[in-house]
Design a protein around this ligand. Structure first.
Ligand code: CUA
Length: 364
C-alpha cells in the first residue's frame, strides 16, 4: 500500500516498487533491507505459531470428540504445561525482540554523518537547507509543481498519480545523510519508504533521522502526518547521485544562487520589487491567498474580501514577519530575506490596487 501511495502513475518505476504492490519496499538502504528482513522473519514466526496452535486445537477437537467416547480431562494444574507455555513464548519474544531492537537502535544512530540537511515542514511544502560540507548554505523550498487540476481530474479516478516538485532534495550515494527535522506550523512527517525513513516534523522541536542510499535514482515519499487540506499534495522527491554528479550539482546550485541573490544594498525600483514579489508570492503565499487579497475559496476566509483591507503597511509587514496567532498564517520572518519581504509586500499592494480597489498602493 505504501508503495502505491508513493508510487508512480501508470507504469511501474524502473527497478522500483510495483504500482499497487501490497508489500513493503525492499529499498536502497541497509535499514530498509533490515526492515524488510524483520517483516518476513516476524511474519514467518507468526504463521508458524498460528498453524501450530490452531492445528493442535482443531486436531484435538476432531480426534477427541465425544462421539468417540472421549471425556474432558479434569485436572486442575500441571507444572510441565505451565512451564512450557511460559518459557516457549518468552524465548520466541526474545528471539523477535533482539534483531528488532538492534534495527531500532541503528535507525536512531545519527552520529558521524557525512552530510546534514535540515528539513522544515510547511503547510504545504518542504524546505531543505544544507548545513555542512561543500553544500553549506544551499537552501530551497520544494513545492508541488504538477498542476492540481491535472491531478484532481486524472482518469481513471483513483489511479495513483506521480507528483513532481519544483526543487527536489539531492544527496550523494553511499554517504550517511542526517536529516534534522522541524516544522513551521503543524506536525508533518517526512517519509521515504525506499530509505526506511519516517520521522515526524514537529513545530518547536528538532528530531533527526538518517539514511545511506547505495543506489543512485529518484526516490519518492509523501508527508505522512495529516496536516491540513493539502496534506495529500506535499510530495517528497529525493535524487540520489553518484558523488561526482552530486559535486557538480552543488556547484551549479551555488552559481544559480549567486545569480539570483537578492542584494539588500542595491537600489530596488518599485517595478523590480513588484516583479520579484510575484515570484515570492507564487512560492510562498498562493496556497492560501489570491494576489488580490482574497482567500482561496473554500479554504480560508477572505484576507481582504469586501470588509477587510490590507491595512497599514507596517501592520502588513508585521503579519508577514510574525504570522497571525490563531490562524494558519505562519511567520515568514525566518524563511524570507529582507528583499523578499519588501518585494512580496510591494507586489500584493500593487495587485490589490490593480484589482480595482482604486487606492495608490504606495500611500496605503
Ligand atoms: Cu504535511 Cu501532511
Amino acid at each position: 500500500l505504501i508503495g502505491s501511495v508513493a508510487g508512480a502513475q501508470v507504469q511501474d518505476m524502473p527497478g522500483g516498487p510495483k504500482v499497487n504492490q501490497l508489500n513493503l519496499h525492499e529499498g536502497v538502504t541497509a535499514i530498509s533491507r533490515d526492515i524488510m528482513w524483520l517483516h518476513w522473519m516476524l511474519l514467518t514466526i507468526c504463521i508458524v505459531i498460528f498453524i501450530g496452535v490452531f492445528g493442535v486445537m482443531f486436531y484435538s477437537i476432531w480426534a477427541h470428540r465425544k462421539s468417540r467416547g472421549h471425556k474432558a480431562a479434569t485436572f486442575h494444574e500441571h507444572l510441565g504445561v505451565e512451564v512450557a507455555w511460559t518459557v516457549i513464548p518468552f524465548i520466541i519474544v526474545i528471539a523477535m525482540a533482539l534483531p528488532a531492537t538492534k534495527t531500532v537502535v541503528a535507525m536512531k544512530d545519527t552520529s558521524s554523518a557525512d552530510l546534514t540537511v535540515k528539513v522544515t515542514g510547511y503547510q504545504w511544502k518542504w524546505g531543505y537547507e544544507y548545513l555542512d560540507g561543500s553544500a553549506t548554505g544551499i537552501k530551497f523550498l520544494s513545492t508541488l509543481s504538477t498542476p492540481r487540476a491535472q491531478i484532481e481530474n486524472r482518469e481513471p479516478k483513483g489511479e495513483f498519480y506521480l507528483m513532481e516538485v519544483d526543487n527536489h532534495l539531492v544527496v550523494p550515494a553511499n554517504k550517511k545523510v542526517r536529516i534534522v527535522l522541524t516544522a513551521a506550523d503543524v506536525i508533518h512527517s517526512w517519509m521515504v519508504p525506499d530509505f526506511g525513513v519516517k520521522q515526524d516534523a514537529i513545530p518547536g522541536f528538532l528530531r533527526d533521522t538518517w539514511f545511506n542510499a547505495d543506489k543512485p535514482g529518484i526516490y519518492r515519499g509523501q508527508c505522512a502526518e495529516l496536516c491540513g487540506k493539502d496534506h495529500a499534495f506535499m510530495p517528497i522527491v529525493v535524487e540520489v547521485m553518484a558523488q561526482a554528479d552530486y559535486d557538480k550539482w552543488v556547484e551549479d546550485q551555488k552559481k544559480k544562487m549567486a545569480a539570483n541573490a537578492d542584494d539588500p544594498n542595491k537600489e530596488w525600483t518599485e517595478a523590480e520589487l513588484v516583479a520579484r514579489g510575484e515570484k515570492v508570492f507564487a512560492a510562498n503565499c498562493v496556497a492560501c491567498h489570491q494576489a488580490n487579497g482574497k482567500g482561496i475559496p473554500g479554504s480560508f476566509p477572505p484576507l481582504d474580501g469586501d470588509k477587510v483591507v490590507l491595512g497599514p503597511k507596517a501592520d502588513q509587514i508585521n503579519t508577514v514577519l510574525k504570522g497571525k496567532p490563531g490562524t494558519a498564517m505562519a511567520a515568514f520572518g525566518g524563511q524570507l530575506n529582507d528583499v523578499e519581504i519588501a518585494a512580496v509586500i510591494s507586489y500584493t499592494r500593487h495587485a490589490w490596487s490593480n484589482a480595482g480597489k482604486g487606492q495608490d498602493p504606495t500611500v496605503l
